[in-house]
Design a protein around this ligand. Sequence first.
Ligand SMILES: [Zn+2]
Ligand SMILES: [Zn+2]
Length: 259
Amino acid sequence: MSTEFTLTPGANNLTITVIYDNNRNSEELEIAWGFSALITGNKKTILFDTGGDGSLLLSNMKKLAIEPNDIDAVVLSHIHADHTGGLADFLQKNLNVTVFMPESFPKKLKENIQQYGAKTVEVKESLMICENVYSTGQLGRLIKEQSLIIRTKAGLIIITGCAHPGIVKMLTAAKDLMKSLDPARDGNDVLLVMGGFHLEWATKGKIEKIISSFKQTGVRYIAPCHCAGEKARSLFEKHFGKNYINIGAGKEIAAANLQ
Ligand SMILES: [Zn+2]
Ligand SMILES: [Zn+2]
């Protein structure tokens, strides 16, 4: 993996749009169980996860004026259908993409994607997707999952699908990776952690423990959605106050607005 860092000024124009989520943010968009978000402002336009239903993914994209052909790369966090279900329909709109998926994905699925004509990258260890954008590599034991790390001038943004390996573990892995690549910048502060945190069935005590380790890590903004669950969302809101971002399908986050 390249250890060279150049932080382009463009990295601060970064925008993340939630296309697919089971939480509502816009009256116009449909919601359903699953997650998908678009990341623009880097050298590659990235679709992170594809939600569970392809037609819903595409119709939400249309309502958000997102053109499937503008997307260069698809990053699939993990195998579950609520994250990969929309892929086939998306590929019918745009084959000219590279699909980054955990190496542990079934062979059949990899072949299917290749049959469509899309390029595939099997992710085992951490890797650079494009300048300022990284995968943590596949983490966890039972359900292998990768999360996305984006460097901005104001700190790291970490996006998770379901965080099955554990949200704190994924956050630590992301921070450690960036530190190993860039020891001089211990200022790899975490600007934002967003996505599914897999805390739907967690106890209040467990959630509060997670919140305190987020605080210790210095996470500035927090935007749990998908499988974070209502209990965790309200506890994060209570502890992060104005730095809690309420997200759902249709929410757009501009990194420049996070200080
Ligand atoms: Zn999952
Ligand atoms: Zn999920």
